[in-house]
Design a protein around this ligand. Structure first.
Ligand code: KG4
Ligand code: ZN
Length: 362
């Protein structure tokens, strides 16, 4: 059995967790999982302010680590390795976590394991459900949208991604356009309850094109146009907001479910020998109940076991970094400790379709 401390502060959660397990068994025990969010600090600005995030991480990281070790009932001497997110993410937060982990390693003599944040999400279905390699994964968060074939630690094939915005970004921007506050995803989901998803005709971008790539910027523009139309007609009522949120959420679900069907078909072709394939979903947007239901139905139709980790493990946390670190540590995989704002998990993201308007997408 291996015990690993994981540290995560790549966006706006300061997190530390301790996980114990055996990578060959592919299931771990979470001894602790401490997450401090920073919503109060950012809400006045309508989004995450990198400098504020970095300072808050620097203040809270040692508290999170201390609490995680205490709740796990062990000291630093009781861990076999210290795993830390080195990217992708906001540089200030990454530097804070890497410096914290390096200090702990120097003081304790424990080995360091650098972890890609996306691999933390991608390997979570193994921590929670012991899902066997290879499996298909949809990673949907505020910064990412990836269809991955996960073959092992450090061994991922990307078969689809977003060519512009991530779905969480689209949820957040929709919430902003409608003055719903942050975090955008849960606010839009709450408003959509009871809304008429069919009232406004919204696009399902890239559905007519082959492959598993997705796009959300056109959908976002369509939401803005509907909103502006309502305002020009005398203002947005509560009902208009509910209908637009429901319509946007349904369009996002249709795009992700439609592309998931293609990804499952492709996985079947590539891994015909896998008799009971798994389709896992993770990342903050996987917390959306309408999306989850759509994905689960599609998985069942395609004969895939559907794995959706509990919500607390879908959003950013330290246990997922500890688990990815544990798998990498046991496999003897190394990496450097340089913080990386952009850190592709797989594929060749620096060219052509993989480049969004704000740079290469991972
Ligand atoms: O994985 P995550 O915690 O952070 C990273 O982006 O890495 O994901 C956060 C994103 C945000 O864009 C948030 O609005 C979205 O996940 N989100 C949701 C829901 N809960 C969180 N989107 C839709 N529905 C939700 N219930
Ligand atoms: Zn994340």
């Amino acid at each position: 059995m291996t015990t690993v401390l994981g540290i995560e502060s790549s966006c706006d959660e300061t997190a530390a967790g301790v996980v114990r397990g055996d990578a060959r068994a592919g299931r771990g025990e979470i001894l602790s999982n401490v997450v401090f969010d920073q919503m109060d600090l950012h809400s006045a600005y309508g989004g995450v302010v990198p400098e504020i995030a970095a300072r808050a991480h620097a203040e809270k990281l040692d508290v999170a680590v201390d609490q995680a070790l205490n709740e796990a009932g062990i000291g630093l001497a009781g861990v076999d390795a210290i795993a830390v997110t080195v990217g992708p993410g906001l540089i200030g937060g990454l530097i804070s976590a890497v410096a914290c982990a390096q200090g702990l390693a120097l003081g304790s003599g424990k080995p360091l394991v650098p972890v890609n944040h996306l691999e933390g999400h991608a390997l979570t279905p193994r921590l929670t459900d012991g899902l066997a390699y290879p499996y298909l994964m949809l990673l949907v968060s505020g910064g990412h949208c990836l269809f991955l074939v996960v073959r092992g630690p450090g061994d991922h094939e990307r078969i689809g991604t977003t060519i512009d915005d991530a779905p969480g970004e689209a949820f957040d921007k929709t919430a902003k356009m409608l003055n719903l506050g942050i975090p955008g995803g849960p606010k839009v989901e709450a408003k959509a309850l009871g809304g008429d998803a069919k009232r406004f005709a919204l696009p399902r971008p890239l559905m007519d094109r082959p492959g598993c790539d997705v796009s959300f910027s056109g959908l976002k523009t369509a939401v803005r146009m509907v909103r502006d139309g309502c305002i020009a007609d005398g203002g947005m009522s509560e009902g208009d907001v509910a209908d637009l949120c429901a319509g946007f959420q349904a369009a996002t679900r249709d795009v992700l479910v439609g592309k998931s069907k293609r990804a499952m078909a492709r996985f079947r072709e590539e891994f015909a020998q896998v008799s009971a394939p798994g389709f896992a979903v993770a990342g903050g947007v996987a917390a959306n109940a309408v999306l989850r239901a759509g994905l689960e139905e599609a998985a069942q139709e395609a004969g895939f076991a559907f794995v959706a980790p509990p919500l607390s493990l879908c959003t950013d946390n330290g246990a997922m970094i500890a688990w990815a670190g544990l798998e990498r540590f046991e496999a003897g995989l190394s990496g450097d400790m340089v913080p990386k704002p952009r850190f592709p998990l797989a594929g060749n993201p620096m060219t052509g379709i993989w480049s969004g308007k704000r740079g290469a997408k991972v």
